[in-house]
Design a protein around this ligand. Structure first.
Ligand SMILES: Nc1ncnc2c1ncn2[C@@H]1O[C@H](COP(=O)(O)OP(=O)(O)O)[C@@H](O)[C@H]1O
Ligand SMILES: [Mg+2]
Length: 361
């Protein structure tokens, strides 16, 4: 079984709540032997609004809350549609689910999505619930991409820094001697998206136009960076709303443009706060934030090394997280680790994920 290659479809719906990414690949859980089609199914506006509401409600929601169940069923059907959009068959599906709450310090991480329904709709075994085992063992349950990044970057020169800017931002540092360090650095696009929704009626600040038209407020930026999260050593991880109340206070009274500029500067500063053991030779950026020139320019101003979208290395920056969960699904089936002490703070390399068969039980 260990060297057997499997075809897998990975599904990711990130904290940006923009939709479901799907990606097909073939792997033995160590190396990726083929990459295949990718697809994105955007959530419809009313579903995105319902999910945004769930983030606020999550801390007090009962697991059988009818609103939650309705949204979960709809999210799951969208995932099944995204699988179909790849146009490929697979032996396993990696189903991350939609995170509505992440509080590892309270032993909780909550991804919604009905694995039994997805397995039934797609007629394929589904690996899901990737984060619970890590949190139960005392880890952060996030980020889970680092081992995938390490596999992807096998042939690239190190040290290498990979920055993922989704709703939350996270980094993976790959050292010369095989070190893999990672953590959630701070907000990514999340607060900017909320601002764009409020002031532009758009889901995000396209190409950073609003942020580029404003000026970051340095005093307020300093207030944002005084959040205790930044003083904590890695490994550490964040909820999509971890900084919400501080951000609301720190940006109140600013014009939308200056608020956007300040929030963009905040995401960049949070990423560059992470202390690296050595200067990277290259910084590769994935996630939707790589399409925001204000974020990319901000990162480039900090690093001596070139800051490039991951496409510069031949990777697909929109599909990377979905590919990651295809890879991790196969690792889960094989009992291989999906987290390390240096990535999530797990006590030892740890596997995770549960398998749901497509048979009715
Ligand atoms: N052209 C663009 N200009 C600015 N931001 C963009 C652009 N395209 C995508 N984004 C940002 O990327 C986000 C989606 O990124 P994604 O990597 O899917 O995040 P997540 O993993 O959290 O879903 C959007 O919400 C938006 O903030
Ligand atoms: Mg997304």
């Amino acid at each position: 079984m260990t060297s057997q290659t499997l075809r897998a479809i990975g599904l990711m719906s990130g904290t940006s709540l923009d939709g479901v990414d799907a990606a097909w690949l073939e792997t033995d859980g160590e190396r990726i032997t083929h990459f295949g089609p990718t697809a994105m199914l955007a959530y419809q506006d009313d579903l995105r609004a319902d999910l945004r509401r769930l983030l606020d409600l999550a801390p007090t929601l009962a697991p059988d809350d009818p609103f939650l169940r309705r949204v979960e069923a709809r999210v799951t059907r969208d995932h099944a549609l995204a699988v179909g959009l790849t146009g490929r068959v697979a032996e396993v599906i990696g189903f991350h689910g939609q995170t509505i709450l992440h509080a590892p310090e309270r032993g909780r991480t909550w991804q919604i999505g009905d694995a039994a329904l997805l397995a039934l709709l797609c007629r394929v075994p589904v690996v899901h619930d990737f984060r619970t085992a890590d949190v139960a063992a005392g880890g952060q349950g996030a980020p889970l991409a680092p081992l995938f990044h390490a596999a992807m970057a096998e042939k690239l020169e190190k040290p290498l820094l990979i920055v993922n800017i989704g709703g939350v931002a996270n980094v993976t540092y790959l050292g010369k001697n095989g070190e893999v360090l990672a953590c959630d650095t701070g907000p990514g696009n999340g607060p900017l998206d909320d601002l764009a929704q409020r002031h532009l009626g758009e889901p995000y600040d396209k190409n950073g136009a609003l942020a580029a038209s404003g000026t970051p407020d340095s005093a307020r930026l300093a207030t944002l960076l005084s959040h205790p999260y930044f003083a904590r050593p890695a490994p550490k991880s964040l909820d999509r709303l971890s900084f919400s109340s501080l951000i609301n206070t720190a940006t109140s009274g600013l014009s939308p443009a200056d608020a956007a500029a300040t929030l963009a500067a905040f995401s960049v500063a949070a990423i560059t706060e992470f202390r690296l053991p050595a200067n990277p030779l290259r910084v590769l950026v994935c996630g939707g934030g790589r399409k925001n020139p204000v974020l990319m320019r901000g990162l480039q101003a900090h690093f001596a090394a070139p800051v490039q979208p991951v496409e510069a290395a031949g990777w697909d920056g929109d599909a990377l997280e979905a590919q990651c969960f295809a890879f991790l699904a196969v690792r889960s089936l094989k009992g291989l680790p999906i987290s390390l002490p240096s990535t999530t703070g797990a006590p030892h390399p740890l596997t995770g994920g549960r398998t749901q068969s497509p048979q009715l039980e």
